[in-house]
Ligand binder design. Structure first.
Ligand code: M6R
Length: 620
């Protein structure tokens, strides 16, 4: 949530910040701002609304403004208006801060700073950071002074950071040091891009990759101080540290729209290619085994696990639920899927035989990260199934598997879901092979998994037909999504997709549960989406479809290609190629993604920037 970007170099900072903010806009987009260093004065421009609104307010590019900070906001404290937009200047006008995260003790700090004479103008927690740094910088430091030779601005930042409780990714400038940019991280992501004579600090690599692929991933409680002469990194306890230089692994092309109207549509259509990247080199057809190098050191423990706990949120939780069914079915390991936000506050039983798996596209989701930390504290082996390379969850877990599907920019997660399911399927097949499945069965699933990308390609060809279904139904405000067995999590995911981008109320349910209450909702014409593919519960779900039709519901049925029987139960029919039931979610979710996409576009919504949402939920 919130994106920050900052630049120090030889080029004018303004266009680099604006371009960077546009790339980060998916992280939050209710207000935005930039601060540019101009002759020892920090020039702030901010506005509510999108970056495009901010752009209109900016003065012409000034070649001499080579240092600046920028922010795109997802509001936590204080409504999304211009005053609350970042950067926040301190009461002296010398310190400016952009912040991603939440300062939990801001209220105490604010009360104290006010009593000391500091003026506040916003309702944000961030303003305590600029004011605290400003207060210390101005010399009101009750606890010591900079050590000899230490820059006073750097010292004041470091001292202030030690007073903050909560999370932050920060970029900070001081009017007295027009050649210095400071970044700091705790709990929110922060990357330093190293170009030729230039530095870019950003919340994620998408704002950096256009300028350089050389980066340093900052860790918690670290800060970086950049000047035109070089940079150094240290802990907030003032211990100098050396950080490894990493290569940003994706190209600019991967984060461009490439002719698509929206990132969501691009990412839906990318799924065959993305899954091929995810599966590539990992399916050993000849020996009937799966190769997941990241888990090499842990196979013994995972194979012996008595219990697996999957932790995730949102779409990743739905993928986790498919994973639960896969692990139970193929590996015969007792598995539970937990909402990370609940797990972290319970007193979970984790014993020697428990393995915890965190599933997260971003690798930054605050609740999932907290669940990982909690499980580690209790001695569990914790594995990560993560997309973003070098993300906090990827670094905090003991081992893991990357999704390898490239950046997912659309706020509504699509290709990450199919890749998460694919990785969980690979894990289940390999564990099953190591335990009891036998070569032939493992090989069967491996061969079938390899066929999925081409089958998704076939599903995608129905996009226009699905658009017509969306056009005929999208004015209805209440929908049901119903599935059984492996397709029950897909029903949940279909409902979530529709809710988050079209703002239609949708409920996903196991189809048999409908009779226990939700059937009361059905009225004439209510859309009910059924996933009724050929599977062990096929006859049962036909019964559920009949129950809805008998009450006037309008059925949209996702069925198996070649099923001659199903047409009579469907007001609208969508087909997917046949596949083993365990792997069907990889296919059946795709038409539901497309349906949600078209419904949202037809209702006139900005699909990539849905109301109230942000891509990575890095706050509780
Ligand atoms: O980055 P993560 O996979 O940890 O994110 C988890 C959820 O916040 C995410 O899946 C969210 O539900 C998406 N908006 C769903 O489309």
């Amino acid at each position: 949530m919130c994106g920050i970007v900052a630049y120090l170099g030889k080029k004018p900072a303004q266009p680099i910040l604006i371009e960077g903010l546009k790339r980060l806009e998916y992280r939050g987009y209710d207000s935005a701002g930039v601060g540019l260093m101009n002759n020892g004065v920090i020039k702030i421009t901010k506005s509510s609304g999108r970056i495009s609104v901010l752009e209109e307010l900016l003065e012409p590019i000034n070649q001499a403004e080579v240092l600046g900070i920028g922010h795109t906001r997802w509001a936590t404290h204080g409504e999304p208006n211009t005053i609350n937009a970042h950067p926040h200047l301190d009461y002296t006008g010398k310190i400016a801060v952009v912040h991603n995260g939440i300062i939990e003790n801001y209220s105490t700090l604010k009360t104290w700073l006010i009593s000391e004479g500091c003026k506040f103008s916003s309702q944000t927690d961030t303003e305590v950071i600029s004011n605290l740094i400003g207060y210390l910088y101005a010399g009101h430091n009750e606890k010591g002074t900079p050590t000899t030779g230490q820059n006073r601005f750097e010292w004041a930042v470091q001292r202030a950071l030690n007073e903050l409780v909560g999370t932050y990714g920060l970029a900070i400038v001081c009017a007295d040091f027009p050649d210095m940019l400071i970044g700091a991280k705790k709990g929110s992501p922060l990357i330093l891009g190293l170009g030729e004579n230039e530095y870019i600090i950003a919340s994620d690599a998408s704002a950096i990759v256009e300028h350089t692929t050389q980066a340093i991933y900052m860790a918690d409680n670290e800060m970086v101080i950049c000047t035109s002469k070089g940079f150094h990194t240290k802990t907030i306890d003032n211990v100098e540290i050396r950080k490894d230089l990493k290569q940003i692994e994706f190209s600019l092309d991967a984060i461009e729209l490439n002719g698509f109207q929206h990132y969501m549509l691009k990412e839906i259509c990318e799924q065959p290619k993305a899954l091929n990247m995810c599966l590539g080199g990992r399916l050993d057809h000849r020996d009937g085994r799966i190769v997941l190098g990241g888990l090499d050191k842990y196979w013994r423990e995972i194979t012996r696990a008595k219990r697996i706990i999957i932790n995730a949120c949102g779409t990743a939780w739905h993928a986790g639920l498919v994973g639960e069914f896969l692990l139970e079915n193929l590996a015969r390991i007792n598995t539970e899927t937990e909402y990370a936000s609940e797990f972290r506050y319970r007193n979970p039983i984790i014993d020697d035989g428990t393995v915890v798996i965190a599933v997260s596209q971003s690798g930054e989701t605050a609740d999932t990260l907290a669940a990982v930390e909690q499980a580690k504290e209790r001695g569990a082996i914790v594995l990560g199934i993560v997309n973003v390379v070098g993300s906090t969850i990827a670094r905090t877990t003991d081992a893991g598997v990357y999704l390898r599907v490239g950046p997912e920019i659309g706020v509504a997660s699509t290709k990450a879901f199919t890749a998460q399911v694919a990785v969980l399927a690979m894990l289940a097949i390999e564990l099953g092979r190591r335990k009891h499945l036998g070569h032939d069965v493992a090989k069967f699933y491996i061969d079938e998994l390899a066929k999925i990308p081409a089958k998704i390609e076939k599903v995608l060809t129905q996009s226009e037909q699905i658009k017509e279904i969306a056009a005929a139904t999208c004015e209805r405000e209440n929908w049901l999504f119903l599935g059984r067995g492996f397709n029950y999590p897909v029903a949940l995911e279909g409902a979530l997709k529709l809710k988050e981008i079209s703002y239609i109320h949708a409920e996903g349910l196991p189809a048999a549960e409908m009779k226990h209450g939700p059937i009361a909702l059905i009225n004439k014409g209510m859309p009910a989406v059924f996933i009724a593919t050929k599977c062990s519960q096929y006859e049962k779900i036909i019964g559920n479809i009949e129950e809805v039709r008998a009450r006037g519901g309008r059925t949209i049925v996702v069925a198996t290609e070649g099923d001659e029987n199903i047409g009579k139960y469907a007001d609208f029919l969508i087909t997917v190629p046949p596949a083993p039931e365990e792997l069907q979610p990889l296919l059946t979710v795709v038409p539901l993604q497309i349906l949600a996409y078209h419904a949202a576009v037809l209702r006139g919504h900005d699909v990539d920037k849905p109301r109230n949402l942000a891509k990575s939920v890095t706050v509780e």
